[in-house]
Design a protein around this ligand. Structure first.
Ligand SMILES: Nc1ncnc2c1ncn2[C@@H]1O[C@H](COP(=O)(O)OP(=O)(O)OP(=O)(O)O)[C@@H](O)[C@H]1O
Ligand SMILES: [Mg+2]
Length: 241
């Protein structure tokens, strides 16, 4: 049995099938996340990475399979219910409100999960000094890297038990890739479990406990890299060749 199908996981997805009208994308995907674990999903463009994350968060309804989160079956539940349970996603498009300020975008992240909103916001501003300086700025005036920070900050406002990040470094300049990597490393130190889709293999391997490779909607490789380093060239070959 694959190590990620053992009991005592935070999340266990088995046999996930999903897609869009007339087009199946995921074929029997098994994926599990232990508490505080970081699982990275690798794969070429169109391999189904975002569809897999969107299935976990409920934005794509699975056709078949099971998703257990903290012991409850959540497959087929609507996204807001899944969010309330603590699965919080930063989508590939980030989905911010461009005409609202940084602070208002953050506050919206606490909507539906409650908590001490002011304290949560101050905590985010402490972790992201760049955002603190720009708290009253409209999000559309910020760079891509800063917007990614707002998106991650907003997700933290939802007090995630499981954070889903879809290409957090996507399209960013190297200086921002570094900053985002540092932020993810800090979240890992805080023991937030994560599933991260990442095309930057160096970044992926620097933060992952385990990785999975998706190919045409199927998991073709899974590896625990806590014990030893993975071979980057091998991984590139498994993804693209
Ligand atoms: N809303 C949608 N309706 C129809 N097809 C879709 C939709 N979203 C994605 N697809 C298709 O599903 C397949 C997988 O897309 P998905 O976005 O999951 O891949 P990905 O691995 O995240 O790719 P990328 O690396 O480009 O982000 C693609 O062929 C895509 O065109
Ligand atoms: Mg994607």
């Amino acid at each position: 049995m694959p190590e990620d199908l053992l009991p005592n996981q935070l999340l266990t997805a088995r046999g996930l099938e999903a897609g869009y009208p007339g087009k199946q994308i995921l074929f029997g995907v098994d994926l599990a996340v232990a508490p505080a674990e970081v699982v990275v999903l690798l794969g070429a463009n169109g391999s189904g990475k975002s569809t897999a994350l969107n299935t976990l968060s409920g934005f794509v309804r699975p056709w078949a399979g099971s998703i257990r989160f903290e012991g409850a079956e959540i497959a087929g539940r609507p996204p807001h219910r899944i969010f309330r349970r603590g699965i919080v996603q930063v989508s590939q498009a980030r989905d911010l409100f461009p005409d609202l300020t940084v602070e208002d975008n953050l506050r919206l992240g606490a909507w539906a999960r409650g908590g001490a909103v002011d304290a949560l916001a101050e905590d985010v501003f402490r972790s992201f000094p760049r955002l603190a300086e720009r708290r009253r700025q409209m999000v559309r005036l910020m760079s891509g890297g800063e917007q990614q920070m707002v998106a991650i900050g907003r997700a933290l406002m939802g007090r995630p038990k499981l954070l889903l990040l879809d290409e957090p470094s996507g399209g960013l300049a190297p200086v921002f890739v570094k900053e985002i990597a540092a932020i993810i490393a800090e979240l890992k130190r805080r023991a937030i479990a994560m599933v991260i889709v990442e095309q930057n293999i160096k970044l992926a391997l620097s933060i992952a406990d385990r990785f999975l490779i998706l190919r045409d909607g199927r998991v073709t490789q899974r590896q625990d890299i806590r014990a030893g380093a993975a071979d980057e060239q091998d991984i590139v070959r498994s993804i693209y060749l």
